[in-house]
Design a protein around this ligand. Structure first.
Ligand SMILES: *Cc1c(COP(=O)(O)O)cnc(C)c1O
Ligand code: SF4
Length: 338
């Protein structure tokens, strides 16, 4: 076990593509790099069997060495608990298979269609509700893409396209540009939304070329980032948001409320304030979806509402995310608070 892939040295010149292809995937390597106790190795190996370990280096560099309770580490370190069967925790908690009209497309809500562009992510978040999603069956090749376009063309009630995944920014600028150009030809589409965690975990992803693609587009652009803890945000985040704003992109953030990561009023208050300082508005705070292998992150609704009410008393209204969850068959996300 001494043939680890070489760790690419992070320097300021590493491209996002290099960082994306040199993620940490080996439990032993993660434990060594972060100087964690070796007793966590077997659990990490077991947990990674169901859903691989994957951590990009810019994210790794924000984790404190030797701290098994680090809130960023908890989001990425596989543990034995993930292999336990817990009733109610299933592989498709959002019943997305039912709304999967065409490969790569999910149309659940009026006016908005979600496109699964790729199964790839730059990071594997242990709580991810798509950890068991059959991405292989949802490959968006040229033929499926044409079907998606035909579907969008045929329904004038659709005004917004959401690029999702996996992570839509794990694909190349060339592919994104072609897709955006194809979408622009459909007159009733007004908004393009990109749901991505990539700028948070590999900030280098927001290149001048990518920004100019958005700048040239006729769409009203929205980007929804995904950060759960204030330690995920730093000066690079502010810089990339400044770039996005030159292209008139509205930048929002969604988080998941996670036990042991951000289940405290202080952490969530600081997260909202730090987001705003970086030019980002809080959008959703989701409760955990009951996906198999993630039960240890769960917080009861009662406790979630209690934390949220305290948060509400501390923050201006525009810094308060909506506490919500997705319930299959509802026409929108469901708010947990009044
Ligand atoms: C969450 C979600 C959306 C977007 O919902 P908003 O409330 O507009 O953010 C759209 N489509 C699907 C399938 C979703 O899961
Ligand atoms: S980046 Fe998003 S889709 Fe990818 S593993 Fe994390 S939560 Fe899931």
């Amino acid at each position: 076990m001494n043939s680890f892939p070489k760790v690419l040295q992070i320097d300021n010149n590493a491209s996002w593509q290099q960082l994306l292809s040199h993620t940490i995937n080996d439990p032993q390597q993660l434990i060594d790099l972060l100087e964690l106790p070796q007793d966590f190795l077997q659990g990490a190996i077991n947990g990674a069997r169901e859903f691989a370990l994957k951590v990009p280096q810019p994210y790794l560099s924000k984790i404190k060495k030797g701290d098994i309770n680090d809130p960023l580490l908890r989001q990425v370190l596989p543990i034995n608990t993930e292999t336990e069967q817990v009733s109610g925790y299933i592989t498709d908690p959002l019943a997305e298979m039912d709304a999967n009209h065409h490969d790569g497309l999910i149309h659940k809500y009026t006016g908005r269609v979600l496109i699964i562009m790729t199964g790839a992510c730059a990071i594997n978040c242990r709580y991810c509700f798509r950890r068991h999603f059959p991405y292989q069956e949802n490959r968006l090749g040229p033929e499926q893409w044409q079907q998606v376009l035909d579907y969008l063309k045929s329904d004038p009630s659709i005004s917004e396209v959401i690029l999702s995944g996996g992570d839509p920014l794990a694909t190349s600028d060339e592919r994104l540009e072609k897709m955006i150009t194809d979408l622009e030809r459909i007159p009733h589409l007004k908004r393009l939304r990109i749901h991505t965690r990539l700028p948070v975990v590999i900030p280098q992803r927001i290149t001048p070329n990518f920004v100019s693609i958005l700048q040239r587009s006729r769409f009203d652009n929205v980007m929804v980032l995904h950060a759960n803890h204030p330690n995920e945000i730093d000066h690079q985040t502010s810089e990339l948001v400044t770039q996005l704003k030159t292209a008139n992109v509205t930048v929002l953030n969604q988080s998941v409320l996670l036990k042991g990561v951000n289940d405290s009023v202080e952490t969530l208050q600081y997260l909202s304030e730090k987001l705003f300082h970086s030019g980002i508005l809080p959008y959703y705070l989701f409760t955990l979806d009951p996906v198999k292998g993630a039960h240890h992150f769960n917080i009861s609704d009662e406790h979630a509402i209690e934390i949220f009410s305290k948060l509400q008393a501390l923050l201006p209204g525009y810094l308060l995310p909506k506490l919500a969850r997705e319930i299959p068959d509802r026409p929108s996300k469901t708010l947990l608070h009044k």
